[in-house]
Design a protein around this ligand. Sequence first.
Ligand SMILES: [Ca+2]
Ligand SMILES: [Ca+2]
Ligand SMILES: [Ca+2]
Length: 341
Amino acid sequence: MKRAFLLSFFFVGFLGAAFEVNLLEVDLQARPGLVLPFSFIVRNELAQPEQIVLYLGDWDRNEFGENQFYQPGTLARSSAAWITVVPTSFVLGAGEVREIQGSVQIPNDAKPGTYWAMVFVQGEPRLVPYEGVMVTVTRRIGIKVYITVEPAEARGELRGVEVRGLNPLWAWVKFANTGTRNLREVRATLRVVDVQGRTVAEASAAPVPCLPGAERWIRVNTDFRPSPGVYQVLATVDYGGEALLGLTLRLAVRPLSLFPLGEGLGIPQDLDGNGFYEDVNGDSLFNEVDVEVLRGNLMSPVVRANLRAFDFNNDGVVDEQDVKALEALLAAIPAKLPAGR
Ligand SMILES: [Ca+2]
Ligand SMILES: [Ca+2]
Ligand SMILES: [Ca+2]
């Protein structure tokens, strides 16, 4: 009936341990009208007593998978009102542990599907030294509680594929959970096929979870550095349902067509043959001058027509971030390329 994940303890806070819990997730299968118990343990790691409070909240993830938090009852599929925990407020002595009893009352009229909420375990605000000043830190841990009323439906859609970086190639795959079941493992795969029909790249992303009603961009990295040509990029998503989802995209990689970025400059050069043209001013050296020439020519037609040569952070666009990436490259490997200083 009950599955508890992750049996080790989890610390909270970036300023040293304070308290910990022994699980971060509760996943319950349920029927309408049932009452389901769960429990977890809180331990105080401090050398002093800690006032602990427990409360419920709603949460979901944004389309890049980051948690977002809301007041309880905000979301349509919130189970916060079904959950009680005891005790909700107590003092834990130094090194002490306390078992928390939770219970979920599934309403008689609950429709099939996954409902979810979060039990927050929060300490008291404390003044803590941080980078030379005292800051107030309130530590909290959230325990995700999923309740699935059967028969929940697993359903998904593959909504888009966007090839971004080309050195090496990576893409965003957009998935949507259009069913009512929480999908624990959504697996996206990319396959690149050349004009001869040969598979030239194949890669999978680590599985990601996706809540009912949520959309998720999944980044799939490959180690493929396409030479100019036309390719088919096939994205597939396996969300654990009946169907494997697929979407195909045509990718045309044009040959570079480089010219000097300004009067008196040379043709940009790739000094180490890795596909990035760090010698932006074409003087066969890689130094600060290249960073400045790139900074002053981000909107140049030559840069716009040859994005992949100057997309130093490999995100599919050329902007200020690439100036920073080129600067970082210069700082990191000054000795690797002929440096004019
Ligand atoms: Ca290079
Ligand atoms: Ca140069
Ligand atoms: Ca970029």
